[in-house]
Design a protein around this ligand. Structure first.
Ligand SMILES: [Zn+2]
Length: 469
């Protein structure tokens, strides 16, 4: 079952070096394998694929799936009959069990949402090995021999700044790393007040810094103001997109290389950014189809409506031709960096930093700090947090049919209050929104909406995402 990481790394390098043909060949073979496995071991896929030919090498032959469809039939979707929604929920609803092995062999994580609906993802060892292989292929591209020496000199100290307290992919990965590498890994909460975060980073002096993107921009402000004084070799950003010029600013401020990756709990090894600012999709392990609203292919050079992904590594919970909901643009020509893997830009996961006034200045809050406070509340199926005025948030919830609405509202508000208080924002009012969460004109759903420049928060944000990434 467990594929050896060294073999995967070797295969990853060889495939990339051999170019487009080898990448496509790996993808076809792995897709055929995964479809056959899903049909043999998942009752859900056996039914869904009843009419398909015996061997499927092209994802376009498959029907589309999404989170809602799969979550509704969780037990039948999984290929291991011991994996049940009940058992997985018992683990993810317990904050003390982050990073714990599930059934002795799986990793479980929840979506760090872009859709407002909680997904629970069970991942096998093979997937974790592919994650490592893809990460090494990426770091190998980024770091020169001199950089590697610098990292080694600092004993590979790595600091991760993320939302803690939930079973999100990054938190689960951090918990595992911390267990293995102990003092050389520092996991810091993005909920921590900035002054404390700065002090902890100054003490730790990381060689590698892995914050989510909006947090990196805020740390760059601190470094520019001379309060933060760290010298990482590489910043590996995640989770959100930033305006393109922000990457250059962060690189300049820290005098470091800045890389971003774009991934999801559904496919943790999806892509990573090159020196030219393009995200290269690891197409040997994920089939990636930019499509329009009717799921027809969108040619390179045109913005897609959404993207369908097939994860070719995870056998316990096959994700096949799955609507991820992000709008992407694929580069029509070869990327100048020389990487033959498809190059994309992503619109849709944007860093909607909220700014609040305070005596003596401003406080900026990354969107994930707020959204993750709500995501961990049971009984919420969809939510939206809108900054309705300079000192006020409006919370909109869609509550699961069986849940006690009063309890859900109370827990959600308490979660938000806690995050606000941690940042000295006790004065910010939280209002219960009368309406259900709204979608923007482009059909894109945003969980956190900052105050629009004119005053009220803007739901119709179809175009401001244009400037992200
Ligand atoms: Zn490139």
């Amino acid at each position: 079952m467990t594929e050896h990481v060294v073999r995967l790394v070797w295969d990853a390098w060889r495939t990339r070096k051999s170019g487009v043909g080898a990448i496509a060949q790996r993808q076809r073979a792995r897709l055929a394998d995964m479809v056959a496995h899903a049909r043999a071991s998942s009752p859900y896929y056996r039914e869904l694929y009843g009419d398909l030919p015996d061997r499927v090498e092209n994802p376009r032959q498959l029907p589309v799936t999404d989170k809602k469809m799969l979550m509704e039939r969780f037990d039948e979707w999984c290929t291991d009959r011991a994996v049940t929604l009940k058992a997985a929920e018992a683990l993810v609803d317990d904050p003390n069990r982050i990073g714990e092995w599930f059934l002795g062999k799986y990793t479980v994580m929840t979506t760090s949402g872009t859709t407002g609906r909680r997904g629970i993802f069970v991942v096998d060892d093979r997937t974790m090995a592919v994650v490592t292989a893809m990460m090494l292929r990426w770091i190998g591209d980024w770091l020169s021999a001199g950089d590697v020496l610098k990292v080694t000199a600092r004993r590979g100290r790595m600091a991760m700044v993320m939302a803690t307290g939930g079973h999100f992919a990054s938190a689960v990965a951090a918990a595992r790393l911390k267990k293995r590498r102990g003092k050389r890994v520092e996991v810091l909460s993005a909920h921590m007040p900035m002054a404390e975060l700065v002090a902890r980073l100054n003490r730790f002096q990381p060689a590698l810094l892995a914050p989510y993107a909006s947090m990196a921009a805020m740390l760059a402000d601190e470094q520019e103001a001379d309060r933060l004084d760290i010298h990482p070799v590489l910043l590996a950003l995640s989770a959100e997109g930033l305006p393109q010029q922000e990457y250059a600013r962060i690189a300049r401020v820290f005098n470091a290389k800045v890389g971003n990756s774009y991934a999801a709990s559904e496919c943790m090894f999806m892509s990573a950014m090159c020196g030219e600012g393009w995200l290269h999709v690891n197409a040997d392990w994920v089939a990636f189809e930019p499509v329009d609203a009717d799921y027809r292919p969108v040619p390179p050079g045109e913005q897609s409506h959404t993207v369908l992904i097939s994860n070719l590594a995870n056998r316990v919970q096959p994700i096949l031709r799955y609507d991820l909901g992000d709008s992407v643009l694929q580069r029509p020509d070869p990327c100048p960096c020389g990487n033959p893997l498809p190059a994309i830009r992503v619109h849709g996961r944007s860093a909607d930093v909220l700014t609040f006034r305070m005596a003596g200045g401003e406080v900026r809050l990354p969107p994930l700090a707020l959204s993750q406070a709500i995501e961990s509340v049971r009984g919420v199926t969809l939510f939206q947090i809108a900054q309705s005025e300079p000192d006020g948030l409006e919370l909109r919830l869609q509550i699961a049919p069986g849940a006690n609405a009063d309890t859900v509202w109370r827990e959600a508000e308490a979660g938000l209050r806690k995050v606000l208080a941690e940042h000295g924002l006790e004065h910010v009012a939280i209002k219960r929104g009368g309406e259900a969460p709204e979608q923007g004109r482009g059909g894109k759903f945003r969980e956190v909406i900052p105050l629009a420049p004119g005053g009220g928060s803007s739901i119709d944000e179809g175009k401001d995402s244009e400037e992200e990434r």
